[in-house]
Design a protein around this ligand. Structure first.
Ligand SMILES: Cc1cc2nc3c(=O)[nH]c(=O)nc-3n(C[C@H](O)[C@H](O)[C@H](O)COP(=O)(O)O)c2cc1C
Length: 329
Protein backbone atom coordinates (compact mmCIF):
# COMPACT_ATOMS: atom_id res chain seq x y z
CA UNK A 1 0.00 0.00 0.00
CA UNK A 2 1.37 3.38 -0.92
CA UNK A 3 -1.06 6.27 -0.58
CA UNK A 4 0.86 9.58 -0.77
CA UNK A 5 1.36 11.26 2.57
CA UNK A 6 -0.30 14.46 1.32
CA UNK A 7 -3.51 12.45 0.64
CA UNK A 8 -3.66 10.83 4.06
CA UNK A 9 -6.49 11.96 6.32
CA UNK A 10 -8.14 13.76 3.39
CA UNK A 11 -9.85 10.88 1.57
CA UNK A 12 -13.15 9.24 2.40
CA UNK A 13 -12.61 6.66 -0.33
CA UNK A 14 -9.43 5.60 -2.20
CA UNK A 15 -10.84 7.13 -5.37
CA UNK A 16 -9.99 9.70 -8.03
CA UNK A 17 -12.63 11.25 -10.28
CA UNK A 18 -10.58 11.05 -13.51
CA UNK A 19 -9.97 13.98 -15.86
CA UNK A 20 -12.26 13.97 -18.89
CA UNK A 21 -11.97 16.20 -21.95
CA UNK A 22 -14.98 18.56 -22.19
CA UNK A 23 -16.69 16.78 -19.26
CA UNK A 24 -14.89 17.70 -16.02
CA UNK A 25 -14.73 21.32 -14.91
CA UNK A 26 -14.50 23.18 -11.59
CA UNK A 27 -18.07 22.26 -10.54
CA UNK A 28 -17.28 18.52 -10.59
CA UNK A 29 -13.82 18.98 -9.05
CA UNK A 30 -15.11 21.08 -6.15
CA UNK A 31 -17.95 18.67 -5.33
CA UNK A 32 -15.65 15.63 -5.59
CA UNK A 33 -13.07 17.17 -3.22
CA UNK A 34 -15.76 18.25 -0.76
CA UNK A 35 -17.17 14.70 -0.81
CA UNK A 36 -13.73 13.28 0.04
CA UNK A 37 -12.37 11.94 -3.26
CA UNK A 38 -9.69 13.46 -5.49
CA UNK A 39 -11.26 15.70 -8.15
CA UNK A 40 -9.38 16.36 -11.41
CA UNK A 41 -9.83 18.08 -14.78
CA UNK A 42 -7.83 18.54 -18.01
CA UNK A 43 -6.29 22.04 -18.28
CA UNK A 44 -7.48 22.09 -21.90
CA UNK A 45 -11.14 22.11 -20.81
CA UNK A 46 -10.78 25.86 -20.45
CA UNK A 47 -10.21 27.45 -23.84
CA UNK A 48 -7.25 29.64 -22.78
CA UNK A 49 -4.48 29.58 -20.18
CA UNK A 50 -5.98 32.78 -18.66
CA UNK A 51 -9.32 31.02 -18.21
CA UNK A 52 -7.54 27.97 -16.82
CA UNK A 53 -5.93 30.16 -14.13
CA UNK A 54 -9.38 31.50 -13.18
CA UNK A 55 -10.55 27.90 -12.68
CA UNK A 56 -7.60 27.20 -10.38
CA UNK A 57 -8.47 30.27 -8.31
CA UNK A 58 -12.17 29.29 -8.22
CA UNK A 59 -11.35 25.76 -7.01
CA UNK A 60 -8.92 26.94 -4.33
CA UNK A 61 -11.36 29.55 -3.00
CA UNK A 62 -14.29 27.11 -2.89
CA UNK A 63 -12.24 24.45 -1.07
CA UNK A 64 -10.75 26.95 1.39
CA UNK A 65 -14.25 28.21 2.17
CA UNK A 66 -15.49 24.63 2.64
CA UNK A 67 -12.66 23.88 5.07
CA UNK A 68 -13.28 27.06 7.06
CA UNK A 69 -17.05 26.52 7.26
CA UNK A 70 -17.03 22.81 8.10
CA UNK A 71 -13.73 22.32 9.90
CA UNK A 72 -13.22 19.30 7.61
CA UNK A 73 -10.37 18.77 5.19
CA UNK A 74 -11.21 18.73 1.48
CA UNK A 75 -9.55 16.05 -0.68
CA UNK A 76 -6.67 17.25 -2.90
CA UNK A 77 -7.41 18.25 -6.50
CA UNK A 78 -5.48 17.58 -9.69
CA UNK A 79 -4.90 18.91 -13.20
CA UNK A 80 -4.30 16.80 -16.29
CA UNK A 81 -1.65 18.05 -18.73
CA UNK A 82 -1.45 16.33 -22.10
CA UNK A 83 2.25 16.26 -23.00
CA UNK A 84 2.15 16.07 -26.81
CA UNK A 85 3.80 18.19 -29.49
CA UNK A 86 0.36 19.19 -30.85
CA UNK A 87 -0.68 20.65 -27.49
CA UNK A 88 0.45 24.29 -27.73
CA UNK A 89 -0.36 25.08 -24.09
CA UNK A 90 1.67 22.59 -22.03
CA UNK A 91 4.39 25.06 -20.98
CA UNK A 92 2.07 27.94 -20.05
CA UNK A 93 -0.34 25.65 -18.21
CA UNK A 94 2.48 23.97 -16.27
CA UNK A 95 3.75 27.40 -15.16
CA UNK A 96 0.29 28.20 -13.81
CA UNK A 97 0.15 24.86 -11.96
CA UNK A 98 3.50 25.72 -10.34
CA UNK A 99 2.35 29.27 -9.50
CA UNK A 100 -0.82 27.95 -7.82
CA UNK A 101 0.88 24.86 -6.31
CA UNK A 102 -1.61 22.38 -7.76
CA UNK A 103 -1.39 19.33 -5.44
CA UNK A 104 -1.53 16.67 -8.19
CA UNK A 105 -0.50 16.78 -11.86
CA UNK A 106 -1.68 13.94 -14.08
CA UNK A 107 0.32 13.61 -17.26
CA UNK A 108 -0.83 11.66 -20.29
CA UNK A 109 1.08 10.69 -23.44
CA UNK A 110 4.61 11.98 -22.48
CA UNK A 111 6.38 11.44 -19.12
CA UNK A 112 8.99 14.16 -18.77
CA UNK A 113 11.61 14.33 -16.01
CA UNK A 114 11.86 18.16 -16.12
CA UNK A 115 8.12 18.42 -15.52
CA UNK A 116 8.32 15.96 -12.61
CA UNK A 117 11.22 17.94 -11.06
CA UNK A 118 9.32 21.23 -11.48
CA UNK A 119 6.24 19.82 -9.72
CA UNK A 120 8.32 18.26 -6.93
CA UNK A 121 9.99 21.64 -6.34
CA UNK A 122 6.79 22.98 -4.72
CA UNK A 123 5.77 19.70 -3.08
CA UNK A 124 3.29 18.57 -5.76
CA UNK A 125 2.83 15.02 -7.02
CA UNK A 126 2.85 13.62 -10.56
CA UNK A 127 0.80 10.59 -11.62
CA UNK A 128 1.23 9.30 -15.16
CA UNK A 129 -1.15 7.33 -17.42
CA UNK A 130 0.28 4.08 -18.81
CA UNK A 131 -1.18 1.30 -20.92
CA UNK A 132 1.80 -1.07 -21.02
CA UNK A 133 5.04 -1.99 -19.26
CA UNK A 134 7.28 -0.05 -21.67
CA UNK A 135 5.45 3.21 -20.81
CA UNK A 136 5.38 2.30 -17.12
CA UNK A 137 9.17 1.78 -16.99
CA UNK A 138 9.81 5.08 -18.81
CA UNK A 139 7.53 6.98 -16.42
CA UNK A 140 9.07 5.29 -13.36
CA UNK A 141 12.52 6.33 -14.63
CA UNK A 142 11.27 9.93 -14.96
CA UNK A 143 10.52 9.81 -11.20
CA UNK A 144 6.71 10.02 -11.19
CA UNK A 145 4.94 9.48 -7.85
CA UNK A 146 2.19 7.27 -9.23
CA UNK A 147 1.37 5.13 -12.24
CA UNK A 148 -2.20 4.95 -13.56
CA UNK A 149 -2.72 1.56 -15.18
CA UNK A 150 -5.26 2.35 -17.89
CA UNK A 151 -6.68 -1.06 -18.74
CA UNK A 152 -8.99 -2.66 -21.24
CA UNK A 153 -12.48 -1.17 -21.24
CA UNK A 154 -11.56 2.27 -19.87
CA UNK A 155 -13.26 5.37 -21.24
CA UNK A 156 -11.10 7.68 -23.40
CA UNK A 157 -7.71 6.42 -24.64
CA UNK A 158 -7.95 2.96 -23.11
CA UNK A 159 -5.36 0.20 -23.11
CA UNK A 160 -5.88 -3.41 -24.09
CA UNK A 161 -4.38 -5.26 -21.14
CA UNK A 162 -6.32 -7.09 -18.46
CA UNK A 163 -6.13 -5.24 -15.10
CA UNK A 164 -4.85 -8.27 -13.13
CA UNK A 165 -2.04 -8.73 -15.65
CA UNK A 166 -0.97 -5.08 -15.88
CA UNK A 167 -1.13 -4.39 -12.12
CA UNK A 168 0.92 -7.42 -11.15
CA UNK A 169 3.59 -6.79 -13.80
CA UNK A 170 3.94 -3.13 -12.74
CA UNK A 171 4.19 -4.11 -9.06
CA UNK A 172 7.20 -6.29 -9.85
CA UNK A 173 9.37 -3.21 -10.46
CA UNK A 174 7.42 -0.24 -9.06
CA UNK A 175 6.78 0.55 -5.39
CA UNK A 176 5.12 3.98 -5.82
CA UNK A 177 1.39 4.66 -5.80
CA UNK A 178 -0.45 2.39 -8.20
CA UNK A 179 -3.81 3.52 -9.54
CA UNK A 180 -6.23 1.32 -11.47
CA UNK A 181 -8.31 2.73 -14.34
CA UNK A 182 -11.02 1.10 -16.43
CA UNK A 183 -14.68 0.08 -16.19
CA UNK A 184 -15.28 0.64 -12.47
CA UNK A 185 -18.63 2.15 -11.50
CA UNK A 186 -19.39 1.18 -7.88
CA UNK A 187 -17.92 1.24 -4.37
CA UNK A 188 -17.59 -2.53 -4.61
CA UNK A 189 -15.36 -1.98 -7.67
CA UNK A 190 -13.17 0.38 -5.63
CA UNK A 191 -12.78 -2.32 -2.94
CA UNK A 192 -11.96 -4.86 -5.67
CA UNK A 193 -9.26 -2.55 -7.10
CA UNK A 194 -7.57 -2.51 -3.68
CA UNK A 195 -7.84 -6.29 -3.36
CA UNK A 196 -6.10 -6.55 -6.74
CA UNK A 197 -3.14 -4.55 -5.43
CA UNK A 198 -4.03 -1.00 -6.50
CA UNK A 199 -3.73 1.84 -3.98
CA UNK A 200 -6.39 4.01 -5.57
CA UNK A 201 -9.19 3.55 -8.11
CA UNK A 202 -9.63 5.96 -11.05
CA UNK A 203 -13.15 6.43 -12.44
CA UNK A 204 -14.18 8.48 -15.44
CA UNK A 205 -17.38 7.28 -17.10
CA UNK A 206 -19.31 6.98 -13.79
CA UNK A 207 -18.72 10.73 -13.21
CA UNK A 208 -19.98 11.74 -16.67
CA UNK A 209 -23.38 10.87 -15.20
CA UNK A 210 -23.39 13.33 -12.32
CA UNK A 211 -25.24 16.60 -12.02
CA UNK A 212 -21.98 18.57 -11.96
CA UNK A 213 -20.45 17.07 -15.14
CA UNK A 214 -20.47 19.21 -18.27
CA UNK A 215 -21.87 16.40 -20.46
CA UNK A 216 -25.19 17.24 -22.10
CA UNK A 217 -28.41 15.36 -21.16
CA UNK A 218 -28.41 13.30 -24.41
CA UNK A 219 -24.89 12.01 -23.64
CA UNK A 220 -25.94 11.05 -20.09
CA UNK A 221 -29.07 9.31 -21.39
CA UNK A 222 -27.01 7.35 -23.94
CA UNK A 223 -24.82 6.10 -21.09
CA UNK A 224 -27.91 5.02 -19.12
CA UNK A 225 -29.25 3.19 -22.19
CA UNK A 226 -25.94 1.48 -23.04
CA UNK A 227 -24.15 -1.74 -22.10
CA UNK A 228 -20.54 -2.85 -22.62
CA UNK A 229 -21.50 -4.21 -26.06
CA UNK A 230 -22.36 -0.64 -27.14
CA UNK A 231 -18.74 0.51 -26.78
CA UNK A 232 -16.43 0.53 -29.83
CA UNK A 233 -12.64 0.67 -29.55
CA UNK A 234 -11.24 2.58 -32.52
CA UNK A 235 -8.36 4.88 -33.56
CA UNK A 236 -10.53 6.47 -36.29
CA UNK A 237 -12.03 9.23 -34.16
CA UNK A 238 -9.07 10.89 -32.40
CA UNK A 239 -6.00 9.18 -33.91
CA UNK A 240 -5.31 7.17 -30.75
CA UNK A 241 -7.19 3.99 -29.86
CA UNK A 242 -10.11 5.02 -27.66
CA UNK A 243 -13.55 3.78 -26.58
CA UNK A 244 -16.65 5.49 -27.95
CA UNK A 245 -20.40 4.99 -27.63
CA UNK A 246 -21.51 3.14 -30.78
CA UNK A 247 -24.86 5.00 -31.05
CA UNK A 248 -22.99 8.35 -31.16
CA UNK A 249 -20.73 7.04 -33.95
CA UNK A 250 -23.83 5.96 -35.86
CA UNK A 251 -25.53 9.36 -35.44
CA UNK A 252 -22.33 11.04 -36.74
CA UNK A 253 -22.31 8.64 -39.74
CA UNK A 254 -18.83 7.32 -38.87
CA UNK A 255 -18.08 3.68 -39.63
CA UNK A 256 -15.18 2.55 -37.41
CA UNK A 257 -14.62 -0.48 -39.67
CA UNK A 258 -13.66 1.64 -42.69
CA UNK A 259 -11.83 4.87 -43.47
CA UNK A 260 -8.40 6.17 -42.55
CA UNK A 261 -6.87 6.28 -39.06
CA UNK A 262 -6.98 9.96 -38.05
CA UNK A 263 -3.78 11.91 -37.27
CA UNK A 264 -3.49 13.06 -33.65
CA UNK A 265 -4.06 16.83 -33.46
CA UNK A 266 -5.10 18.30 -30.12
CA UNK A 267 -5.20 21.83 -31.55
CA UNK A 268 -7.78 20.68 -34.09
CA UNK A 269 -9.85 18.89 -31.43
CA UNK A 270 -9.90 22.02 -29.30
CA UNK A 271 -11.07 24.21 -32.14
CA UNK A 272 -13.71 21.84 -33.58
CA UNK A 273 -16.92 23.84 -34.09
CA UNK A 274 -20.09 23.04 -32.19
CA UNK A 275 -22.66 21.10 -34.17
CA UNK A 276 -20.46 19.10 -36.62
CA UNK A 277 -19.35 15.50 -36.03
CA UNK A 278 -16.17 15.76 -33.99
CA UNK A 279 -14.25 13.63 -31.52
CA UNK A 280 -15.48 14.11 -27.92
CA UNK A 281 -17.95 16.93 -28.79
CA UNK A 282 -20.53 14.85 -30.65
CA UNK A 283 -18.83 11.45 -30.82
CA UNK A 284 -18.97 10.55 -27.17
CA UNK A 285 -16.52 8.46 -25.21
CA UNK A 286 -17.36 6.01 -22.42
CA UNK A 287 -15.91 2.84 -20.95
CA UNK A 288 -17.25 -0.72 -20.63
CA UNK A 289 -18.62 0.13 -17.16
CA UNK A 290 -21.69 1.89 -18.66
CA UNK A 291 -23.88 -1.17 -18.01
CA UNK A 292 -23.74 -0.48 -14.25
CA UNK A 293 -24.88 3.16 -14.62
CA UNK A 294 -28.60 3.93 -14.50
CA UNK A 295 -28.81 7.50 -13.17
CA UNK A 296 -27.11 10.89 -12.93
CA UNK A 297 -27.12 11.86 -9.24
CA UNK A 298 -25.21 14.70 -7.59
CA UNK A 299 -21.54 13.94 -6.96
CA UNK A 300 -22.15 14.13 -3.19
CA UNK A 301 -24.94 11.54 -3.43
CA UNK A 302 -22.85 9.27 -5.66
CA UNK A 303 -19.85 9.36 -3.30
CA UNK A 304 -22.13 8.63 -0.31
CA UNK A 305 -23.56 5.65 -2.15
CA UNK A 306 -20.13 4.39 -3.18
CA UNK A 307 -18.81 4.74 0.39
CA UNK A 308 -21.67 2.49 1.61
CA UNK A 309 -21.05 -0.03 -1.18
CA UNK A 310 -17.31 -0.02 -0.43
CA UNK A 311 -17.80 -0.76 3.28
CA UNK A 312 -20.46 -3.40 2.60
CA UNK A 313 -18.13 -5.14 0.12
CA UNK A 314 -15.21 -4.96 2.56
CA UNK A 315 -17.36 -6.43 5.40
CA UNK A 316 -18.67 -9.22 3.17
CA UNK A 317 -15.16 -10.05 2.05
CA UNK A 318 -13.86 -10.09 5.64
CA UNK A 319 -16.68 -12.48 6.65
CA UNK A 320 -16.07 -14.79 3.68
CA UNK A 321 -12.30 -14.77 4.18
CA UNK A 322 -12.76 -15.61 7.90
CA UNK A 323 -14.94 -18.60 6.96
CA UNK A 324 -12.26 -19.91 4.58
CA UNK A 325 -9.60 -19.33 7.21
CA UNK A 326 -11.62 -21.35 9.75
CA UNK A 327 -12.23 -24.24 7.32
CA UNK A 328 -8.55 -24.33 6.39
CA UNK A 329 -7.38 -24.58 10.01
C1 LIG B 1 -15.25 11.40 -22.08
C2 LIG B 1 -13.88 11.06 -21.61
C3 LIG B 1 -12.85 11.97 -21.80
C4 LIG B 1 -11.57 11.69 -21.33
N1 LIG B 1 -10.59 12.64 -21.47
C5 LIG B 1 -9.37 12.44 -20.91
C6 LIG B 1 -8.40 13.46 -20.94
O1 LIG B 1 -8.61 14.57 -21.43
N2 LIG B 1 -7.20 13.20 -20.36
C7 LIG B 1 -6.92 12.00 -19.77
O2 LIG B 1 -5.81 11.82 -19.24
N3 LIG B 1 -7.84 11.00 -19.73
C8 LIG B 1 -9.05 11.21 -20.27
N4 LIG B 1 -10.00 10.21 -20.20
C9 LIG B 1 -9.68 8.96 -19.50
C10 LIG B 1 -10.04 9.03 -18.00
O3 LIG B 1 -9.21 9.97 -17.36
C11 LIG B 1 -9.95 7.65 -17.30
O4 LIG B 1 -8.70 7.04 -17.56
C12 LIG B 1 -11.04 6.71 -17.77
O5 LIG B 1 -12.26 7.40 -17.93
C13 LIG B 1 -11.25 5.57 -16.78
O6 LIG B 1 -12.07 4.59 -17.30
P1 LIG B 1 -13.67 4.55 -17.06
O7 LIG B 1 -14.21 5.66 -17.92
O8 LIG B 1 -14.06 3.21 -17.55
O9 LIG B 1 -13.93 4.80 -15.62
C14 LIG B 1 -11.30 10.46 -20.68
C15 LIG B 1 -12.35 9.54 -20.50
C16 LIG B 1 -13.62 9.83 -20.94
C17 LIG B 1 -14.72 8.84 -20.71
Amino acid sequence: MSIPESFQGRLRLPLISAPMFLVSGPELVIEACKAGIVGTFPALNERSSEGFEQWLIQIREALDQFEQETGQKAAPFGVNLIVHQTNPRVKADLELCIKHKVPLIITSLGAVKDLVDAVHSYGGLVFHDVINIRHAKKAAAAGVDGLIAVCNGAGGHAGTLNPFALLSEIRQFYQGTLILSGSMSTGQDVAAAQMMGADLAYMGTRFINTQESRANPEYKQMIIDSAASDITYTPKVSGIWANFLKPSLEIAGLDPESGEKKKVDLGEELQAPEGGASAWKSIWSAGHGVGAISDAPSTAELVDRMANEYHRAADQFATQAAQFKRSAS
